[in-house]
Unconditional design. Sequence first.
Length: 163
Amino acid sequence: METQSKQRKKSFTIVEQAIHQVRGFRNLYQELDDKVRLSGQSPSTLNNYARKLAQLSLHFGKLPQHISGKEINKYLASLARQSKTPSLSDFKFAVYGLRYCYRLLGLNDKIVQLPSIKHDNKLPVVLNYQECKALFNAPELLKHRVLLSLMYSAGLRAREASR
């Protein structure tokens, strides 16, 4: 009997854990869901922001709006230390999720306290002639070769090409 309850706890997502363990998180998640859907943002945006807010809420045992700026800065600093560079997506989603949450709740004074994220100005990788030739000759079917060369030369993403 105990084993089944342990397995159920393990199968909960981080958001479900926060809903069950942090008072008021269900309402916050519902507001976040409504806002994301009404603004036409992707479901993955909701998923990423909700996961980060759930981790933060579970870490402190309270909702983000009840966490002091000093505690949030320490939490974000620990996230930045865990990753090799603070520009990794884990850190970014934590900051962006908090910003989104604070805007949603009308806590504009807390938004300013969050650190800014520097964007990397990296140039895209461009293949040389031999690499392109090898890439385009790799597929066996002609239609795959044509599609691959079209995607590369036009700079299309997979979804853009499929549409």
